[in-house]
Ligand binder design. Structure first.
Ligand code: DAH
Length: 354
């Protein structure tokens, strides 16, 4: 390109810019600036070409080139000021939104029914002086079974079959079948008096149906002191169960067997649905009682396993399934509803306080 061609090209560029800036809209002004003054812009290209001219020519052309650049910059600036003034006055530009319209509703989360019930039970027991302890879901056989007086070949292990995991270091672990191992972990770490509850997830090798799941929730309770009796256990359970279901409810103890307590009991509540008056009641089957949880006085072997002095301590323990409480409290008949994340079910609990 010779000097003449360059000049022509420059004036075409400037003319092109002038007609473009006349028509430019506020949202395009940035693009227009880039088109002419940007790194790959039209004017930038011409100015870069100057290096191919002689010193004399460069002097002359450089002057015109810079003048053109100044002119374009000033015009862009002017236009911007113009737009800003118009915007400030509010004319010539549609507002981005209509302030008189309602806001758009957005979905809000709510607590899960299991969380709500867990919260209610925990609240009630904290008031009685218990504090919350935690334990891992991946447990050793020692904590889940042996220390709880369930020896390796004891038939009661069959009732709590679970998922075994072989770690790379060769040790065998399992997904805990109950929250009872937290009893052991707590007693190993601290001395009586002890009053803890431990809510959490537990696992069983169970097929899924309306009342079974391979993962569910329990809450464990443990109270150890010098003198602790079945009366303390009964009072504690009665207090928190009545907190949950109401004062009219009655509870009853039935002798039962759990290797880590002696005596052991299963605890029933009077049927909330028929009060024992309906022989065809689908919940209590007409018996009038609903099985709620397992409990008992801590077995001396358990104290021995954690190194507590023989004969010095007494304690009670209990373990309850949270899903069972939630099903009774909310009248839910199928446990699977808790895990399917069906929003139609879950949103019914929005606003329910723990
Ligand atoms: N861990 C038992 C289970 O999952 C429940 C249980 C029974 C816990 C008696 C206790 C207890 O603490 O004393 O079947």
């Amino acid at each position: 390109m010779n000097a003449e061609e360059w000049k022509r090209s420059l004036s075409e560029t400037v003319e092109g810019f002038k007609s473009a800036i006349e028509k430019v809209e506020i949202e395009n002004i940035e693009a227009l600036e880039t088109e002419y003054l940007g790194r790959k812009g039209r004017l930038t290209f011409l100015l870069r070409e100057l290096k191919n001219f002689s010193v004399e020519e460069r002097k002359e052309l450089g002057k015109v080139g810079n003048r053109a650049k100044k002119e374009i910059s000033e015009k862009l600036e002017e236009k911007r000021t113009d737009f800003e003034a118009k915007c400030a006055r509010g004319d010539d530009r549609k507002p981005d939104f209509d302030f008189s319209l309602d806001g758009k509703p957005f979905p809000k989360g709510a607590l899960h029914p299991i969380t709500i019930v867990l919260g209610k039970i925990t609240k009630s027991l904290l008031r009685l002086g218990f504090s919350v302890a935690q334990g891992p879901c991946l447990e050793s056989e020692f904590y889940n079974f042996e220390a709880l007086n369930i020896p390796q070949y004891h038939p009661s292990r069959d009732m709590q079959d679970t998922f075994y995991i072989n770690l790379s270091n060769g040790s065998g672990m399992l997904l805990r079948t109950h929250t009872s191992p937290v009893q052991i972990r707590t007693m190993e770490k601290s001395r009586p008096p002890l009053r803890i509850i431990s809510p959490g997830r537990v696992f069983r090798r169970d097929a899924v149906d309306a009342s079974h799941s391979f993962v569910f929730h329990q809450i464990e309770g443990l109270y150890v002191d010098r003198k602790v009796s079945m009366a303390d256990l009964k009072w504690t359970l009665e207090t928190f169960i009545k907190d949950l279901f109401g004062e009219e409810l009655r509870i009853r103890f039935r002798p039962s067997y759990f290797p880590f307590v002696e005596p052991g009991a299963e605890v029933d509540i009077s049927c909330l649905f028929c009060g024992g008056k309906n022989a065809k009641c689908p919940v209590c089957k007409g018996g009038g009682w609903i099985e709620m949880l397992g409990a008992g006085l801590v077995h001396p072997n358990v104290f021995k396993n954690v190194g507590y002095e023989d004969g010095k301590w007494q304690g009670f323990a209990f373990g309850a399934g949270i899903e069972r409480f939630a099903m009774l409290l909310f009248g839910i008949k199928d446990m699977r509803l808790f895990y399917e994340n069906d929003v139609r079910v879950l949103k019914q609990f929005s606003g329910v306080e723990p």
